[in-house]
Design a protein around this ligand. Structure first.
Ligand SMILES: [Zn+2]
Length: 251
C-alpha cells in the first residue's frame, strides 16, 4: 500500500505524521502505518480543504491534547460533510478525551448520573453514527473502541461514587458516625448550595484522597485535623446542623 497523499491506505483518513516516530496509528480505523520520509512533504503541500481541516483537528489532539480546538475543527469539517464517518469518529474521540481529562484532573465527579448520560449521548450522536457510516472493514474497530470506552467510564463513575469525606473519615475512623454525619450534612446543605462552596468541595475532594493516602497512617496528621474538625463539628451542631444518621445528596 502506498502513502502518496498522506492518507491512510485503509480508510483514506488524513494522517498526522511525526518524523521522529517510526509508526503512525490511523485515528479513524486503527490501522498502523510505517512512516516514510517521502510522504511528509506531500501532506503539507497539497491536500484539499476538507482534509486540511481534518488534519488540523488531529494535530490538535496528537500534539497538544487540545480537545476544544479539535472539536471546533471537526465541527467545521462536519459542515462540509455531515455524514463523514471520520469526522463523526473525531467528534466522538473529542468527547471521550475531554471526559478522560476531566476525570484525571478533577478526580471527583459531582453528578455521576449526568456523566453516564453524557457518555451515552456522545456515543449515540457520534460514535454509533460513525460506526454505521464507516466501511465494513473499519466497523469492528469502532465496535471495540466504543465498548472499551463505555466499560471504562462506567467503572470510573462507580468507583467515584463511594468517595466520601476522606479526611473526616480518616480522622474519625468511620464514614458513619455523628461527627461525619454533621460534616456531610453541612457539605450538602450549605456548601453545596453556592458556586464557591461547590468549588471548595471539588478542590477538597481532588486533594484529600491524595493527602490521606500519603499521611493517613500518621497520628500527627489525624491529630492535626481532629482538633480543627472537632471545633467545626461543635460549632455546626450549636448552629442547628444535626448529627443524626444521614444519606448523601446528589449534587
Ligand atoms: Zn485508517
Amino acid at each position: 500500500m502506498s502513502l502518496e497523499n498522506g492518507k491512510c491506505p485503509c480508510c483514506n483518513g488524513a494522517l498526522t505524521l511525526d518524523s521522529s516516530k517510526e509508526k503512525a496509528v490511523c485515528r479513524y480505523c486503527g490501522h498502523e502505518i510505517v512512516i516514510q520520509q517521502a510522504v511528509q512533504k506531500c501532506i503539507v503541500d497539497g491536500i484539499a480543504t476538507f482534509d486540511t481541516i481534518l488534519l488540523a483537528a488531529q494535530q490538535a489532539i496528537d500534539y497538544d491534547r487540545d480537545y476544544d480546538l479539535a472539536r471546533k475543527k471537526y465541527k467545521e469539517a462536519l459542515n462540509l460533510s455531515p455524514n463523514d464517518y471520520r469526522v463523526l469518529w473525531g467528534l466522538y474521540t473529542c468527547e471521550m478525551g475531554t471526559l478522560t481529562v476531566y476525570l484525571q484532573t478533577k478526580g471527583y465527579v459531582a453528578q455521576e448520573g449526568d456523566l453516564m448520560q453524557y457518555v451515552t449521548e456522545a456515543t449515540q450522536k457520534y460514535g454509533e453514527r460513525a460506526k454505521s457510516n464507516a466501511p465494513a472493514e473499519v466497523q469492528p474497530y469502532y465496535f471495540k473502541v466504543i465498548n472499551e470506552n463505555s466499560t471504562y467510564f462506567a467503572n470510573q463513575i462507580s468507583s467515584n461514587k463511594k468517595s466520601g469525606c476522606y479526611v473526616a473519615t480518616c480522622v474519625y475512623g468511620s464514614y458513619t458516625c455523628p461527627e461525619v454525619w454533621t460534616l456531610r450534612r453541612y457539605r450538602d446543605d450549605v456548601l453545596g448550595q453556592t458556586w464557591y462552596g461547590r468549588a471548595f468541595i471539588r478542590t477538597y475532594y481532588a486533594i484529600s484522597p491524595f493527602a490521606v493516602k500519603v499521611f493517613g497512617r500518621f497520628n500527627w496528621f489525624r491529630n492535626m485535623f481532629k482538633k480543627k474538625l472537632d471545633r467545626m463539628v461543635e460549632a455546626l451542631n450549636n448552629n442547628g446542623v444535626d448529627n443524626t444518621p444521614y444519606n448523601d445528596k446528589n449534587w
